[in-house]
Design a protein. Structure first.
Lengths: 274, 298
């Protein structure tokens, strides 16, 4: 019994250490974002004598943060809508159709998941500017559709196998058209996997950096991550102000995390095992 | 085939093409064209500053491997980083998952804490750590017994490698932990209980029962850490910018600079991109081959 207690204490000890490491940078960022620059120079670790909101006020004025949030929302919405429509339509039909052509198309999508973004970024930028999609939020959303569809299609394809065919068959006998069957009957049944796809893609698109950096050059079009990157460039050493920017930029995702933690965790496990 | 059967299969074909059309169209424009034209241009001296380009055969590739020390250094550094992140990320994530799974009431609390860093984008994580490395650690090193925190975290090439690694681990370990936790929960408790009664100690239970039973999760996490490790960009870009000098320049950053900085040698940058692609493919093939074999054996 004694050794069991020892093990338990050891476990708790390591959990506490790792918990500290995970939390410490966030704590430091929050703490120092409420200090004046002078106070931060006196001590980084200590609690501020006087909590100030001035950094946040300045940052909101300088960064146009609400516009950046709005931009990011547009990109995410366009990308998500495109991904869900393309991937669910194709994933369902491919899963329900046997034959060489069907499996060929499926393998085509599957193999594209091996293409790393860095390998196509140069030519993708070229394609985007040829199609007049560069420096456009809608255009960026469409590119996310192109890059994200394969993975979502793969998840839909697997999920459809667990959905019984009978409903579709009987609707077909009742004389429903194929598109009607899809939108009225199939798509509602795909809701769980659609939710998983939406949550995973939101995090991806919201936090992505390299693609928006290549595509968007107009300051008015900046996404949140681009804006904070630029903000850091302007105020490099004014840490309290930079930190307040970091915190504000992270708030939407942290709220998202609090609301959907269960789904995010389930989604990652699900997405990985398939 | 009867007439009606023929008609039906034709109808099926029609709907297959109709339903896959949107996905295929996006695929064609944003994946097929970029990758095929990247292969094509990698054999040319294409540059947007000149109206024409010509074929140069394998010259780009030859130049990369014979004269471009920056690229070969970046390749070596990225491989080293990939190996480190692959080993450390998996050990830490699996360790965390095992630790968290020993808890009953506080399980979800610790899971929340360990996964939280993954919610912060890599750019934000890197900026937070820039603050930690340049300001906080200076003060920490003045505390008793903590003098070793006094390092040039971003300025010394050897240390900067570890600084980048730490940020990547901090951000990514929670994600892998989630996958490992899901796998651990699917190991039936009755088996480990039985082994316990048979007198197997904790370490033996781990290596003989638990690990073989979560082999599929190990495969997936290995794949993810290798692929993501090799593609590292954001952390280096924002933490060290590839510096000091080019000491921490990774392959993705090298390609990025080649492509979007003067003299804009697109053809040459594409050749680099194709080498990058080839390495990723190679890692994937070897990794899945080895792991599949291990999964069958266990």
């Amino acid at each position: 019994m004694k050794s069991k207690n020892m093990i338990n204490v050891c476990c708790l000890f390591f959990l506490a250490i790792f918990g500290f490491i995970a939390f410490f940078p966030i704590y430091m960022a929050v703490l120092n974002s409420f200090k004046t620059q002078g106070e931060m120079f006196t001590s980084v670790l200590a609690l501020p004598n006087e909590w100030t909101l001035q950094n946040y006020v300045d940052t909101i004025q300088r960064m146009d943060i609400f516009r950046n949030i709005w931009n990011t929302v547009i990109v995410t919405l366009v990308g998500q809508t495109g991904i869900v429509i393309c991937a669910s339509l194709a994933g369902w039909r491919l899963s329900r159709t046997s034959g060489k052509l069907s499996s060929f198309i499926f393998i085509l999508f599957l193999s594209s998941m091996l293409i790393p973004f860095n390998a196509i970024m140069v030519t993708l930028a070229q394609v985007a500017s040829t199609l007049n999609l560069a420096d456009s939020l809608i255009g960026l959303g469409l590119i996310y559709t192109g890059l994200g569809t394969s993975m979502a299609l793969f998840l839909y394809h697997g999920f459809v196998k667990t959905v019984p065919r009978e409903l579709e068959e009987s609707a077909r006998i009742d004389g429903c058209g194929e598109f009607q069957i899809f939108f009225k009957i199939v798509f509602p049944l795909l809701k769980p996997i659609t939710a998983t796809i939406l949550i995973l893609n939101s995090l991806w698109i919201w936090n992505d950096f390299l693609l928006p950096m290549i595509m968007l050059s107009n300051v008015n079009n900046q996404t949140l991550i681009l804006a904070i990157n630029r903000f850091f460039g302007e105020f490099t050493t004014d840490w309290p102000r930079v930190l307040s920017g970091l915190i504000m930029t992270s708030i939407p995702v942290v709220i998202f995390y609090v609301l959907f933690q269960k789904n995010i965790v389930a989604g990652i496990a699900e997405g990985a095992i398939k | 085939m009867s007439y009606s059967e023929k008609k039906r299969s034709l109808k099926n074909l029609k709907y297959l093409l109709l339903f896959t059309f949107p996905a295929l169209a996006f695929y064609f424009v944003f994946l097929f064209i970029p990758i095929t034209s990247a292969i094509y241009y990698s054999f040319t001296d294409w540059s947007p500053v000149r109206p024409d380009y010509s074929f140069v055969g394998l010259n780009n590739y030859i130049e990369i491997f014979t004269r471009d020390r920056h690229f070969t250094n970046a390749l070596r550094l990225t491989m080293r980083f990939t190996i480190f992140i692959f080993v450390l990320q998996n050990i830490i994530a699996l360790g965390l998952a095992l630790l968290v799974e020993t808890r009953t009431k506080s399980k979800s609390f610790f899971r929340t804490i360990f996964f939280l860093p993954n919610m912060f984008s890599l750019i934000i994580s890197s900026l937070m750590f820039r603050f930690i490395y340049t300001r906080v650690f200076v003060e920490v090193s003045e505390l008793p017994f903590l003098g070793f925190f006094d390092q040039s975290w971003l300025g010394d090439p050897q240390v900067a490698f570890w600084s980048i690694l730490i940020v990547s681990l901090w951000n990514g370990a929670g994600y892998m932990m989630i996958i490992y936790m899901a796998a651990l929960q699917s190991v039936p408790a009755s088996i480990t209980e039985a082994a316990k009664i048979d007198g197997a100690n904790g370490f033996r239970r781990l290596t003989k029962i638990t690990l073989p039973m979560i082999m599929h999760a190990i495969t997936i996490c290995s794949f993810l850490t290798l692929i993501r490790g090799f593609q590292i960009f954001d952390v280096v870009f924002r933490l060290t910018g590839g510096g000091p000098g080019r000491a921490t320049q990774v392959v993705a950053l090298n390609i990025f600079e080649e492509a979007f900085q003067q003299p804009l040698r697109y053809g040459y940058a594409n050749a680099k991109a194709m080498i990058f692609f080839a390495v990723i493919l190679l890692i994937t093939l070897i990794q899945t081959g080895v792991m599949k074999k291990m999964e069958i054996e266990s």
